[in-house]
Design a binder for this molecule. Sequence first.
Ligand code: PXP
Length: 236
Amino acid sequence: MRLAVNIDHIATLRNARNEFEPDPVAAALLAEKSGAAGIVCHLREDRRHIKDNDLQRLRQAVSTKLDLEMAMTPEMQHIALQTKPELITLVPEKREELTTEGGFNITVHYNTLVEFLKPFKGSGIESSIFIEPDKKAIDLAEKAGADLIELHTGSYALKTSNEERVVELQRIREAATYAKNLGLKVVAGHGLNYLNIKPFTEIAEIEEVSIGHAIIARAVLIGLEEAIRELLRIIQ
Ligand code: PXP
């Protein structure tokens, strides 16, 4: 199973001071050096974390695979076609949300989606839709011409009892098998972490997981000791 690392939180931290550190591009290079198969960033309409310039610099620097998460808007379509990430992932976007909430509503937006994806065909940019593990949504993603689907694992991650997790996992497993049989590539993400990821390694149809928050949160704690020692070496 491959890992794609979402680096949005690095930009969030950088933006807390509106300066240059930490640099999402430096984080992307470290992620690649550590074995990540791809780098994910979400250019939001409000540019709250990743900025346009970050995206351009990431495009230059990333040598594995750049996955641009974005809303289905004309502005983002234009940016994606200009920037040429290897992959775009369409996500629903609400201004007030803290993070992406739920999958893309493909039933409601189907006709717009079909038109939206057309210029990406033959452009060398693959398209993925972030959807709930639901057969109807998978059928529509395939019919609309998506190359991949990303199964939303947020509901699984939020379950608090083992029984509920097992049910949700089964739903994800069935969706992954169904999508794979339709010829779609399948990835998964949202809310995955060091404690809940293991069962996904047994779902062969899921090629890749996309993880951000858990990795960046862990990195801050793991890295803190060394960061403090490094500063002490300077001042002592
Ligand atoms: N996949 C998608 C489509 C997302 O929107 C996000 C969050 O930006 C992730 C994966 C990663 O989620 P998390 O930060 O919870 O690992």
